[in-house]
Design a protein around this ligand. Structure first.
Ligand code: ZN
Length: 389
């Protein structure tokens, strides 16, 4: 290794070290950073200066007394210049959220569209249109989007970005990448895993939990010690295809009696009967508010099925908390109780403590936030590339 390469590698590592500490601590002075990292103060000042120039860090304006009374100004991660985009292709909508480096959501764009009937190429073209308009709007508020992650409701080969199976989209071995019209790199990941990461980074602050995404399909993401558990092939969390009733209705996956056939959005709306096509979850919520018996019974049945599937998940992986997101967030008042009761009835003899069942504050946004959050995590972990750009 030449001296210049060694110097570049060390600078990259130190930039990551300093930015990581600024991000973890919220705001901190250069003197405190030198103490925390063990780097020389002049080195820290140069690194912070470079991070400020690149728009990753900004001075807060707050001055703190340092050692020997020498005051220093605090710095924090800047939300003013660099941003990430979280993209989502789901069965009945497309979404694009722009999140700045300080983790504030700056733009939300959602387009209701039925992607089941469309060719994958058309869906991907529509997604690029939505993403490009969000990126243009971001420029108008001074933000440069530097990367994106695309959430899809299916199993994803992370190395190639190929969507192996997305039965509710009708996709099999579809590779959405590259997205040539977007001026930054994009990766693809599973919607339910990203929703769990969204909950980790933007939600209630749990570090060990199972996040359940209710959509047309039902996905789950397990977070253990602040890290996602993806399984050996990366396909863990297909909760929607956990069998609730072996002789139950057939499922798109080829099985029978899967959770999705009781608690997925289509199954719920069909069970509630009489909800106008297109009214969706809003139609169901209106009926629930009015005390409609069919709607209440559909939620009761979905909650029971969720409780049955989750009791298996709890026996297998023992999560600290269960967070219900996606459509289960607005439906929580009608399903949360029966899920908890079913869990208690099925697990109470086996264990003293049954995991608490909570509602996600992020709802349907969790996956796009997790997607944007993943880009932000990568920038914080390795900012050198942006400084050289
Ligand atoms: Zn299934």
């Amino acid at each position: 290794m030449t001296q210049a390469v060694r110097h570049d590698a060390m600078r990259a590592r130190n930039l990551a070290l300093v930015l990581g500490e600024v991000s973890a601590r919220g705001s901190v002075t250069r003197a405190a950073l030198a103490e925390i990292t063990g780097l020389a103060k002049t080195t820290v000042s140069k690194l912070v200066g470079d991070l400020i120039e690149a728009g990753l860090v900004v001075e807060t304006g707050v001055v703190r007394a340092g050692e020997r009374g020498r005051p220093g100004m605090e710095v924090r991660v800047s939300g003013e210049r660099i941003a990430a985009i979280g993209l989502e292709i789901n069965v009945d909508y497309l979404a694009a959220h722009v999140v700045d480096l300080a983790r504030s959501v700056r733009l939300r764009r959602t387009q209701p569209v039925d992607n089941r009937m469309a060719q994958p190429g058309d869906v991907i073209a529509n997604l690029q249109d939505l993403a490009l308009s969000a990126v243009d709007e971001a420029v108008d508020i001074g933000l440069r989007v530097v990367g994106g992650v695309l959430a899809v409701p299916g199993t994803v080969d992370l190395a190639t970005g190929t969507v192996r199976r997305a039965p509710n989209l009708g996709w099999r071995d579809v590779t959405p990448l590259p997205l040539p019209r977007l001026p930054f790199p994009v990766r693809v990941d599973n919607e339910a895993n990203l929703a769990a990461l969204g909950e980790l980074w933007f939600g209630a602050g749990h570090r060990d939990f199972l996040h359940v995404s209710g959509e047309i399909g039902v996905g789950a993401g397990l977070i253990v010690g602040g890290e996602p558990f993806r399984g050996f092939h990366g396909f863990a969390g297909e909760l929607g295809h956990v069998v609730v009733s072996p002789g139950g209705p057939p499922c798109r996956c080829g099985g029978q009696g899967c959770l999705e056939r009781y608690a997925g959005q289509d199954a719920l709306l069909a069970a509630a009967a009489g909800i106008e096509a297109g009214a969706g979850i809003a139609g169901l919520l209106a009926r629930l508010d009015a005390g409609d018996q069919d709607a209440l019974a559909a939620c009761e049945r979905a909650g029971w099925a969720l409780g049955v599937a989750l009791s298996s998940a709890v026996n297998l992986v023992d999560p600290g908390t269960i967070v219900l997101g996606g459509i289960y967030a607005p439906l929580f008042p009608w399903i949360g109780g029966v899920v908890t009761e079913t869990l208690a009835a099925r697990l109470g003899e086996m264990r003293e403590v049954v995991p608490s069942v909570e509602v996600s504050r992020l709802g349907a946004e969790a996956a796009t936030l997790g997607a944007a959050g993943q880009v932000i995590q990568r920038i914080i972990a390795d900012p050198a590339g942006l400084l050289n750009a």
